[in-house]
Design a protein around this ligand. Structure first.
Ligand SMILES: [Zn+2]
Length: 214
């Protein structure tokens, strides 16, 4: 791990600070469930944005930091945890293989037909054909179904998974320490750009509810 985590936190904070002045109270419906990313988030607590801040203001910062942590763990895994990296790679390949099947689901009337009509002029073939888009490996491709892991490999994989978890926790702690440094600016931005809008909304709501105000 290098010092770039702190500078990346700084960049994410700057991006959020540039965005906050444009925030307006949403007209969209309120969420019916608590956001898994934001509720009880140690990141938002470190940033000083965990209480009395609208969720729509909290969420972008929480997501920026989440992506940062995931990127760091991905890099660490790629460099240091070969078994876990291979397993994650296979999962990605299987997902990709399942995602695109241009030659499937065309309906029975296309059964047995060439998806690409032969070019009218053999000297001027199509630039591309639908067949070009067919994914090379399918989910059943033997390459994506390597032999099962040995007992030793499974044990090593478990160790690597724990190392990845430990690393994620370590990055998380460093990110939080870095965020505390930015807390005064983050809170000032909320006080300057968010709080007045919230107060105005509450005042509006108060005058609507109070029959004596008119
Ligand atoms: Zn959220």
């Amino acid at each position: 791990m290098d010092a770039s985590i702190e500078s990346r936190v700084g960049r994410e904070v700057e991006a959020w600070l540039r965005w906050v002045p444009r925030w307006r109270p949403g007209t969209h419906r309120a969420r019916s469930r608590l956001c898994q990313q934001c509720f009880g988030s140690p990141v938002l607590r470190a940033a000083g944005l965990d209480t009395d801040v609208p969720h729509a203001v909290q969420h972008p910062l929480a997501m920026r930091v989440k992506t940062l942590i995931e990127d760091e763990v991905e890099t660490y895994t790629a460099q240091n945890l070969p078994l876990l990296n291979r397993e994650l790679g296979l999962i990605e390949l299987r997902k990709a293989a399942q995602a695109t099947h241009p030659l499937e689901g065309l309906g029975p009337e296309f059964d047995g037909l060439d998806v690409d009509a032969p070019p009218a002029d053999p000297d001027e073939p199509y630039l591309f054909t639908f067949e070009d888009f067919a994914p090379p490996p399918s989910a059943d491709d033997p390459e994506l179904q390597p032999p099962p892991l040995s007992v030793e490999e499974k044990a090593s994989l478990r160790v690597e998974m724990r190392l990845a978890d430990d690393y994620a926790a370590l990055v998380g702690r460093r990110v939080c320490v870095a965020l505390v440094e930015h807390k005064p600016r983050l809170q000032l931005a909320v006080a300057t750009f968010v709080e007045p809008q919230v107060q105005a909304l509450l005042a509006d709501l108060g005058s609507t509810l109070d029959p004596h105000s008119t």
